[in-house]
Design a protein around this ligand. Structure first.
Ligand SMILES: *Cc1c(COP(=O)(O)O)cnc(C)c1O
Length: 394
């Protein structure tokens, strides 16, 4: 009964691991989970109140498909102030999460057989979304010695006459890598000579550490703006993952195509969530900074703790809320009664023996690593580190 298209989609490996950890927890087993893909903070109260007010005022009906004008205005202002980018309302589409925004853009621009360049380690959804649009994902390896970032040469070596899209994600899930202004400029210049559309997924823009700054490639290389779709949303910055609001800004023809696709699938994003997102973007921003600071402290403890375990080394992430330790030094050893040959083996032993959940790097196209989310309490981080150290060092 099921279509070839549906059969081709792989279930999200990050979600299946969280499900296994949850099932163990439900049995009363004490699991320390580093698998979360969302902030562990509550949505700030001013945002919740805006939603409650919207419900009470009857703001519960169909809305413009591509977003209410107040939210588009707030998004336009955000791009102007934070990113130095100017957009018209017709160049913005609000969707049901940034994931939906990326899905729409790929559906809007990819023809069968078109190639989509995806740097690895990558967010798990990119290759499947590209394939669902009929495209061919082409992976460009971001090496650890380059800070998990791709260079202009890495990209250009994979460009063919079928290359249609390049997906950039800075700050990056799963590595926490952040491209500098100079690195974006170099990538952007290299892409100027092509016809490739850039999707810049900037969902972790606000979660950035060590005094680093986030830059948008469309503002660093202005000549590229007409070929760049910037994707962002409220999920990660405002701890609003369940509200499902994301947005895209880009060339009008692509954005109108996205709106058309959206009009025949989801229609408008939830009216109540859109009202809440206006408050998120225009209201006080201090909650964002306090969450960012907390994440930075946790990152320091997690990364230092991982580097203190023999056989594990951990790159210092500069953004998002994930550490991406290299565990290949453990390969060939017997740990917890099992010979470790892959990141999947290690993550299974971690869960089965040490009761620690972390996602194997292979899920992100990078064998030899684990993804460990620090969107969990400091107490859990310390306990998890202790368990891993005991397991590995015996
Ligand atoms: C979480 C995440 C998103 C999507 O978030 P939404 O909840 O759909 O807005 C997009 N890209 C990356 C890299 C993410 O980690």
């Amino acid at each position: 009964m099921v279509s070839e298209r549906a059969k081709s989609v792989k279930p999200s490996p990050t979600l299946s691991l969280s499900a296994k950890a949850k099932a163990l927890k439900a049995q009363g087993i004490d699991v320390v989970s580093f698998s979360a893909g969302e902030p562990d903070f509550d949505t700030p109260d001013n945002i919740k109140q805006a939603a409650i007010k919207a419900i009470e005022q009857g703001f519960t009906k169909y809305c413009p498909v591509d977003g209410i004008p107040e939210l588009k205005e707030a998004i336009i202002e955000k791009f102007r102030v934070d990113n130095g980018l100017e957009y018209k309302p017709s160049e913005i589409v609000v969707s049901c999460g940034a994931k939906h925004s990326i899905y729409n853009v790929l559906q809007a621009v990819v023809n069968p057989g078109d190639e989509v360049l995806i740097p690895s380690p990558y967010w798990v959804s990119y290759p499947d979304m590209a394939a669902l649009a009929g495209g061919v994902p082409v992976i460009v390896e971001g090496k650890e010695e380059n800070g998990f970032k791709v260079t202009p040469d890495d990209i250009l070596s994979k460009v063919t006459d079928k290359t249609k899209v390049f997906i950039l994600n800075s700050p990056c899930n799963p590595t926490g890598a952040v491209y500098s202004r100079e690195e974006l400029e170099a990538l952007g210049r290299a892409l100027l000579d092509t016809k490739i559309l850039i999707i810049s997924d900037e969902i972790y823009e606000k979660l950035i550490y060590d005094g680093e700054r986030h830059y948008s490639i469309a503002s660093v290389v202005p000549d590229l703006k007409s070929r760049t779709v910037v994707v962002n949303g409220v999920s990660k910055a405002y701890s609003m993952t369940g509200w499902r609001i994301g947005y895209a800004a880009g060339p009008e023809d692509v954005m109108r195509a996205c709106a058309k696709i959206q009009s025949q699938s989801t229609s408008n994003p939830t009216s109540i969530s859109m009202a809440a997102s206006v408050e998120a973007l225009k209201g006080p921003q201090d909650a964002v900074e306090s969450m960012r600071r907390e994440f930075e402290q946790r990152r320091n403890v997690l990364v230092d703790g991982l580097n203190a375990i023999s056989g594990i080394t951990c790159f210092k992430p500069r953004g998002a809320f994930y550490a991406f330790p290299n565990v290949s030094g453990l390969f060939g050893r017997t740990i917890g009664g099992r010979e470790i040959k892959s990141s999947m083996d290690f993550s299974e032993v971690l869960l089965d023996v040490a009761r620690v959940a972390a996602v194997p790097g292979s899920a992100f196209g990078a064998e030899g690593y684990l993804r460990m989310s620090y969107a969990t309490s400091m107490e859990n981080i310390r306990e998890g580190l202790k368990r891993i150290k005991e397991l590995v060092e015996g």
